[in-house]
Design a protein around this ligand. Structure first.
Ligand code: ADP
Ligand code: 5GP
Length: 213
């Protein structure tokens, strides 16, 4: 199976939509709004070595695996990209991802900056969106309010946020999640515009081209 996934040359492949943001920015919130609005988009389910949070479902939010299992899969070249994020491994399965895209499935990826850079290199094109928090103070407040992480984890996530923001330059779009509805409306506009690129419109336009005047 080919590794490069090139939206420019295929008229039926799905859209590869990558969304990265420092933890606590509101990425999951925005992605769940997107999934409701665009039922034809599927969420790419990653593998991780971190423990499930309350309410998280194996196979739906993540595939939760041991570190040994993750490293075994990594050795077998199972991942299209992987990274060590906040002391846990996270990775995107290669085969299921390629198969889904080649079948025309639109996919949303919630992955960190290191993974997004690898995916861009390995898969060819796609749409890469980076979401900024309105401030570091707001980010800290959101992590505290979410209540899923202990103080040490929150401190690590905030430190990591600075590094991620420093690497945000290679993304195609930048959003600030200050007012949630404004940020969602902007994210929605990006998705609508991406779907109007010629590579996704070819089938529809060929029908028009084949009509007699
Ligand atoms: P991420 O997936 O980026 O780690 P979450 O979506 O879990 O972040 O959001 C972190 C917390 O911030 C949640 O409690 C969420 O309800 C809240 N949140 C998300 N967006 C906003 C916003 N625009 N304004 C205020 N709070 C927000
Ligand atoms: P969380 O533990 O809060 O669910 O996710 C922590 C970070 O890991 C987030 O920045 C998220 O985007 C990132 N992440 C989740 N899945 C993957 C993945 O498959 N690959 C990479 N590189 N990062 C991931």
């Amino acid at each position: 199976m080919k590794m490069k996934h090139n939206n420019e040359t295929s008229d039926s492949d799905g859209l590869l939509l990558v969304i990265s943001a420092p933890s606590g920015t509101g990425k999951s919130t925005l992605i769940s709004m997107l999934k409701k609005d665009f039922p034809d988009f599927k969420f790419s389910v990653s593998y991780t070595t971190r423990s499930p949070r309350p309410g998280e479902v194996h196979g739906q939010d993540y595939f939760f695996v041991s570190k040994d299992e993750f490293l075994r899969l990594k050795e077998k070249n199972f991942f299209a990209e992987y990274a060590l994020v906040h002391n846990h491994y996270y990775g995107t399965p290669r085969e299921t991802t390629l198969k889904a895209l080649e079948q025309g499935q639109n996919l949303i990826f919630d992955i960190d900056v290191q993974g997004a850079m690898q995916l861009k290199q390995n898969m060819g094109l796609g749409c890469y969106v980076f979401i900024f928090p309105p401030s570091f103070k707001a980010l800290e407040e959101r992590l505290l309010k979410r209540g899923t992480d202990d103080p040490e984890t929150i401190a690590r996530r905030l430190e990591n946020a600075k590094n991620e923001i420093n690497q945000s330059h290679f993304f195609d779009y930048w959003l600030v999640n200050d007012d949630l509805h404004q940020a969602y409306s902007e994210l929605r506009s990006i998705v609508v515009a991406e779907k109007l690129r010629p590579c996704f419109m070819r089938k529809r336009i060929s029908v028009i081209n084949n009509q007699d005047f």
